[in-house]
Write a protein that binds this ligand. Structure first.
Ligand code: IRN
Ligand code: FE2
Length: 544
């Protein structure tokens, strides 16, 4: 288990226990990574893999030189265009071909989903280290993990390790929300070492440059966006839907404006009594993002921050504006996804997806949970995991994780893992419910292993093999327990799975069906009962 601890440079490398990295070639020879889970019965299962070269035994990763720039030559000989631009002309890019192989669908299906705007491929051409992936409701549900330092804690190295750590457990994208010192440098190290798309909220760095929201200008913001585009940021949260006239709509709320970016823009609008520069300069912004193929993640600056504020006028007024901005971006061939809430009770979740799809032309929805109740700080990965599973089933394409530290502090390494695993559960539960053709393979493989008491396989097929194994070994650490036909939950005599297996074995030996076997077994027992005296309570002496 040494692999789960960071190496000398502070980065966690090495295969996940019981798995190894394999590559599968597309028609034109692109190498697509998968994680192969080797089973003790000689079978194996290949699963989607987000972890990049860090889990590959045969590569050593040097975080100072960065990952291979695999996509660097992919656009050679072609004029620069966005994935949306190519898709509209009918062209299938290498990114689309790679994604089709990764998701198990046809390249033409990928192209069509991108062309319609129902899916996005966040892949800045200045981030050639990234492995292409897609976000859209007709693909596997994706998970984003937020990392980043704040004014009070953490170093550049720690943030790179958090990115590696999050992708190890399955984060499909990572957002660097750094607000403290060395923002540029932290982001540079993350980008050069990241196999997944990186998102940011440029207004945070712009604010860091000026200090006070009122001192922000379009020019400072624009230059910050260009700086980040040049570095290779793949998607950017832009809170362009927070309009001056919407700010008063939040006055009566229980929790007002809870979005960081939303509150910055609201403060600017009020200070100048002017319309947001993000809104008034939006077309210019589209042209900048287009040049790098950076994807918009239109921010929900007015999302509800409490159950009381869910689905209110402020939230839906902003969503209408996001719809308008989606259509403008698409005219510029810029890809768009839409950020969503927040805090929403279960009965108000479906309405969010319905409205988003209607107003924003089915642009991929990307939500923060939502938390389904406000009463459990320290457990908000669970309050929000419930909402995340529900909203994903309803059609949300990517889930922004919430860690146990939400509302309480900056997440550490353990919180990051708990957040990612919780959200992988929500995403996978939605994939199953939506009938994704291959999602159930893993459930079936794990259940079969469980039924056949292949404990090691049960651990290795799970989302978190280390914890599953550790929990099992807490009570039955001995090696023979790895093949035992019971665990400490019910003990050897009461294991339902063992009893079922006994029934099946009896049936086989006596040439019966399981139902007949149960009946025959019952008759045998009843005969034995009568033969031994027919007493319900045995005399004391007969007891052992
Ligand atoms: C996702 C959906 N709604 C919000 N998010 C994420 O929240 C967003 O992508 C970013 O990572 C984080 C903080 O956003 P605010 O608070 O600046 O809106
Ligand atoms: Fe919250």
């Amino acid at each position: 288990m040494a692999d789960v601890y960071p190496n000398a440079s502070g980065i966690t490398t090495g295969p996940i226990e019981g798995s190894r990295k394999v590559f599968s070639s597309t028609e034109s020879g692109l190498h697509v990574p998968f994680r192969r889970i080797e089973l003790t019965n000689g079978e194996h299962l290949d699963v989607y893999d987000t972890s990049g070269p860090y889990t590959d035994d045969s590569t050593t990763v040097d975080v100072h030189s960065g990952l291979l720039r695999t996509r660097a030559g992919w656009q050679d000989g072609r004029e620069h265009n966005t994935q949306l631009g190519w898709a509209k002309t009918g062209a299938i890019t290498r990114e689309m071909e790679y994604i089709a192989h990764r998701e198990g669908v046809s390249p033409e299906f990928v192209r069509d989903e991108v062309a319609s705007g129902r899916a996005v491929i966040p892949a800045n051409r200045c981030h050639p280290e990234s492995e292409p992936m897609i976000i859209g409701k007709n693909f596997l549900v994706k998970v984003n993990a937020n990392i980043g330092n704040s004014a009070v804690t953490s170093s550049v190295e720690e943030e790179v390790e958090k990115m590696v750590w999050a992708t190890r457990w399955g984060a499909d994208t990572v957002m660097d929300l750094s607000t403290g010192k060395r923002i540029h440098e932290t982001r540079e190290r993350i980008l050069r070492n990241s196999p997944v798309p990186i998102g940011t909220v440029p207004i945070y760095q712009a604010l860091e440059k000026v200090g006070d929201p009122a001192d922000l200008t379009w020019e400072i913001y624009r230059d910050t966006v260009i700086e980040q585009c040049e570095q290779g940021v793949d998607y950017m949260t832009v809170h362009a839907g927070v309009l001056l006239r919407y700010v008063p709509l939040t006055a009566q709320r229980v929790t007002g404006i809870v979005s960081r970016g939303g509150s910055i823009m609201a403060a600017w609008c009020l200070a100048h009594h002017k319309e947001s520069f993000l809104y008034t300069h939006y077309s210019e912004l589209c042209e900048i993002l287009r040049a790098y193929d950076v994807t918009f993640s239109l921010g929900d600056g007015l999302r509800p921050g409490s159950i009381a504020d869910a689905n209110d006028r402020a939230q839906f007024a902003e969503l209408e504006t996001l719809g308008e901005l989606t259509h403008i971006a698409r005219e510029h061939d810029v890809q768009v996804m839409i950020e969503g809430p927040g805090h929403v009770p279960m009965d108000k979740i479906a309405e969010n997806v319905r409205l988003e799809e209607e107003l924003c032309g089915e642009a991929p929805f990307y939500t923060l949970g939502p938390l389904t109740t406000d009463i459990a700080p320290a457990y908000d990965h669970i309050t929000s995991g419930i909402g995340a599973a529900m909203i994903a089933q309803a059609g949300t394409a990517m889930l922004c994780y919430v860690t146990p530290k939400e509302h309480l502090g900056l997440p550490n390494r353990d919180d990051v893992k708990t957040g990612v695993i919780t959200y992988k559960i929500a995403a996978h539960a939605a994939d199953l419910a939506k009938g994704h053709p291959r999602a159930q393979e893993r459930d079936d493989a794990l259940s079969t292993a469980r039924f056949e008491f292949r404990w090691t396989d049960q651990f290795n097929l799970s989302l978190d093999p280390d914890t599953a194994r550790a929990f099992h070994d807490e009570t039955l650490p001995a090696e023979p327990a790895k093949t035992a036909h019971f665990c400490s939950m019910c003990g050897p005599k009461f294991c339902s799975m063992k009893i079922t297996q006994d029934v099946r074995k009896y049936a086989e030996e006596h040439g019966l069906t399981s139902v007949e076997a149960i009946e025959a077994g019952m008759a045998e027992k009843s005969e034995e009962f009568t033969r031994t005296g027919g007493e319900v309570y045995l005399p004391l002496a007969a007891k052992e």
